[in-house]
Design a protein around this ligand. Structure first.
Ligand SMILES: Cc1ncc(COP(=O)(O)O)c(C=O)c1O
Length: 372
């Protein structure tokens, strides 16, 4: 079975872990600081602050901007649930806009119409590794005095108009979960050019400790371990290579799938460098099978697939119970949830396998059309 995700762990990561274990400094020590410095430089920002997960990065960012009860945060209804949950953690209200059907990212026009006097921030997600359209979002944020946060959990190394994501909003959150473009096991990072925000997150991740045993804020333990940071440093050195492999696989599949009726391969806008955290096709009514039937056929051919995501966030039981729906219905997000299918694209997939995955879909379409 070709798996849908697999982390690329090699001798560099093993050596890094051994180095930390031998040093005896498992929690404090130079690895975390070095990883932060290297990650900030890679993204092109002044500050990077390492934390225990992408969820922690989002949570602490909203806390750092003092978003709280009574505030509204406009975001996408089509993402992993952590994006919206981070708003709930603060006692604030997520307000769901809609997505661009081509990139699956926040549609700026759908954001503008939801702004109220309570709106404090916008969270844009660079879903699947394709950057959100940040220029119009930046303009909206500036016109209305809103904080613009990037959820870059799926987009390490992606570029928007030649700049790396994570450097485009006021601040950004990254995740290093094992399926991501780079991993630390569990882990996350905040990037920003805002010194005050970076310092506040350093404080909050470490029990609000300004000096040893001097606690000035109600903080948490959301630190990254030295072992995770050492793995992250090794992964960062391989990130561009791993992303190039993802792009090669994506190009191989798109070349073949472009000619298959009812399959819409992922778009890459002229201003974007997509890093294909996921390679997501849309299975439309013109395809002879439903999305779920195609997934089952592929499984029978030894190809794992996944649906990211089968429900828009407001259609999750939690959000239904809370009564938080899309004010304007978010039809594009709901349609995408019915049609999207992720195919294996990760760097452990060879170009030959990528070709075979796309050819298998093409053959399934031909066989079904003949049968039908
Ligand atoms: C878009 C998005 N936001 C946030 C997260 C949360 O990251 P983590 O799993 O590291 O907490 C993830 C990944 O899981 C994600 O895909």
């Amino acid at each position: 079975m070709i798996p849908i995700a697999r982390p690329m762990i090699g001798p560099e990561e093993l050596e890094a872990v051994e180095r930390v274990l031998r040093s005896g400094m498992l929690a404090h020590g130079p690895e975390v600081e070095e990883f932060e410095r290297e990650f900030a430089e890679y993204i092109g920002v002044d500050y990077a602050v390492a934390v225990s997960s992408g969820t922690a990065a989002l949570d602490l960012l909203l806390k750092a901007y003092r978003i709280g009860p009574g505030d509204e945060v406009i975001t996408t209804p089509f993402s992993f649930i952590a994006t919206a949950n981070a708003v709930l953690y603060q006692g604030a209200r997520p307000v769901f806009a809609d997505i661009d059907p081509e990139t699956y990212n926040l549609d700026p026009d759908s954001v503008v119409e939801l702004i109220t006097p309570r709106t404090r921030a916008i969270i844009a997600v660079h879903l699947y590794g394709h950057p959100a359209d940040m220029k119009p979002l930046r303009e909206i944020a500036e016109d209305h005095g809103l904080v613009l946060i990037e959820d870059a959990a799926q987009a390490h190394g992606a570029e928007y108009m030649g700049r790396r994501v994570g450097s485009l909003g006021d601040a950004a959150a990254f995740s290093f979960y094992p399926t991501k473009n780079m991993t630390t096991g569990e882990g996350g990072m905040v990037t920003t050019n805002d010194r005050e925000v970076a310092e506040r997150i350093r404080l909050l991740r470490n029990h609000g400790q300004a000096e040893k045993y001097l606690h000035t804020e109600l903080g948490y333990n959301l630190r990254m371990t030295s072992i995770a940071a050492a793995i992250g440093r090794a992964q960062l050195r391989k990130l561009d290579w791993m992303n190039r492999r993802r792009r090669e696989n994506a190009e191989t599949m798109t070349r073949i799938l472009r000619s298959v009726d009812g399959i819409a391969p992922p778009a890459e806008k002229p201003w974007a460098r997509h890093v294909y955290h996921q390679y997501v096709v849309r299975v439309t009514e013109a395809f002879p099978l439903t999305r779920d039937q195609l997934a089952e056929k592929l499984r029978q051919h030894g190809i794992a697939t996944a649906v990211h995501y089968p429900r828009a966030i407001p259609d999750q039981p939690l959000y239904k119970r809370l009564g938080i729906d899309c004010p304007r219905g978010c039809p594009e997000a709901r349609k995408a949830a019915r049609q999207v299918l992720s195919l294996p694209v990760h760097p452990a997939v060879t170009v030959e396998q990528a070709r075979a995955i796309a050819e298998t879909i093409k053959r399934i379409a031909e066989e079904q059309s003949q049968e039908g």
